[in-house]
Design a protein around this ligand. Sequence first.
Ligand SMILES: Nc1ncnc2c1ncn2[C@@H]1O[C@H](COP(=O)(O)OP(=O)(O)OP(=O)(O)O)[C@@H](O)[C@H]1O
Ligand code: SF4
Ligand SMILES: [Mg+2]
Length: 333
Amino acid sequence: MSLIELNNVDISFASKGKKKGSVNALVGMNLTIDEGEIIAVVGESGCGKTTLGKVIADIYRPTKGEVLFHGKDIHKLSKKEYQEYRLGVQMVHQDSYAALNPNKTIAQSLILPLLRHKLAKNNEEALDILFEYFNEVGLNPPELFLEKYPHQLSGGQRQRILLARALSVRPKLIVADEPVSMVDVSLRISLLNLMAKMNQKYKISFIYITHDLGTARYIAAHGKIMVMYLGRMIESNKIQEAIKNPMHPYFQALVAAVPEADSRRSEFAKELPLRSLDMPDLLNLPEGCKFHPRCPYYKDICMQEEPKLRKLNGGIVACHRAEECMKKTETEE
Ligand SMILES: Nc1ncnc2c1ncn2[C@@H]1O[C@H](COP(=O)(O)OP(=O)(O)OP(=O)(O)O)[C@@H](O)[C@H]1O
Ligand code: SF4
Ligand SMILES: [Mg+2]
């Protein structure tokens, strides 16, 4: 049985802009996360990555569909089971400032959950645990950071505190939303290594949300990747295979944009520019495949029918013409 399962999850929000309407941030999302699994979630800004993370952590409630924890709907759990789920699923938020109480010191914020969940008997024990994790995330000496208020720290330091907070409660799953985006490049690899170590040592699963295929490939080296476009999953596969043989034209373009990901693909990008670099108007999405206004391979069917996810090449893809698109990239190499 999977640790977490999303069944046909939709979520829509009232539009924030001047134009009235609703934005479908997740559409028909199906996903399973097994114990010890690492899944990297990629896609451009606004495609729904954070929303997906917040649904998994029950910060947003789906408009339709369900989230299961050990096979049970999270909204039908007993109080005790729900507590176990909330402790078991931790989120490292993209917005590190909003995720910490501005009126409390870091110690005051982080000690409380350890006491509440009986992971420490008293303040002293809680501080011991925090010292250990602060050292692990490179916040040395820990006491210097524990006494501070969130606004007295840099974005990268706050991100590391959020990671230490998540790790300190020994969760089953960490949803890490761009967890190293503000951390100095020199520290990034050591934090990614720390996550990989926690994954191996304690079988903690990770949903690693990022714009960056390089770090996704690094942390999820033996895991999966899931590619999102406008709230939909459009491709998923083992990460190494996915990057070697991207199936969906959108993902082909993402891979091509990272020269070091695969040099042959960057050649292909020069050959095959997207028809448009802009995302469609979220309040007025195109018919058929939502990618067709940008896709160099579109045909009539793409404008009429939205492609469903189907099995291909050991993974899944939502594209009517994935076979042809993959062949085209081969012949152009
Ligand atoms: N609380 C909310 N209220 C209204 N709209 C929202 C809310 N949260 C997200 N959205 C909308 O849902 C869509 C997906 O947003 P989301 O933040 O999940 O994207 P993202 O992939 O995380 O983007 P980024 O890479 O910039 O972090 C966007 O159109 C966003 O404006
Ligand atoms: S379904 Fe058609 S438009 Fe959509 S990605 Fe595939 S080829 Fe392009
Ligand atoms: Mg986000």
